[in-house]
Design a protein around this ligand. Structure first.
Ligand code: RB5
Length: 147
């Protein structure tokens, strides 16, 4: 599975850690930056990752975004058409984001999340299937709000 990733300067270290973690597990990671610690704007990276996930050009099926808190980058991601981004800070929420909400992006904060927890949340998100059924009806209603 291909995963699109991005962060601002506030999330670069956790983004790079997760990238390495995923590559060691056999995932292909498309890293949309940022690539340096220079100050930058998280909406730019949310846009790159979300467009990649929605357009499917690179083959990325899901996205992972990191900023200082995860808040700003999740707000930006959810403005992108076709995206259901979940800000996660615990493993149960990461599981539910996939199982109930069919999230195609998760977001987290480098300044709020330890690397061990981040690894567990990412692995849970990527390996938990969407349950469908009644949840699909609710997803359809979420997506209808874009119109
Ligand atoms: C950058 O300093 C910081 O504001 C950003 O990474 C993020 O936490 C915003 O929500």
């Amino acid at each position: 599975m291909k995963i699109a990733m991005g962060s601002d300067h506030g999330g670069i270290h956790l983004k790079n850690h997760i990238k390495q973690f995923l590559e060691e597990k056999g995932y292909e990671v498309i890293d949309h930056g940022t690539y340096t610690e220079d100050s930058c704007d998280y909406p730019d990276f949310a846009e790159k990752v979300c467009k990649d996930v929605v357009n499917g050009e690179s083959g990325a099926e899901k996205g992972i975004l990191v900023c200082g808190t995860g808040i700003g980058i999740s707000m930006a991601a959810n403005k992108c058409k076709g995206i259901r981004a979940a800000l996660v800070a615990d493993v149960f929420s990461a599981k539910m984001a996939a199982e109930h909400n069919n999230a195609n992006v998760i977001c987290m904060g480098e300044r709020t999340t330890g690397v061990g927890l981040a690894e567990m949340m990412v692995e849970t998100f990527l390996t938990t299937p969407f349950a469908g059924g009644r949840h699909q009806r609710r997803i359809d209603k979420i997506m209808a709000l874009e119109e």
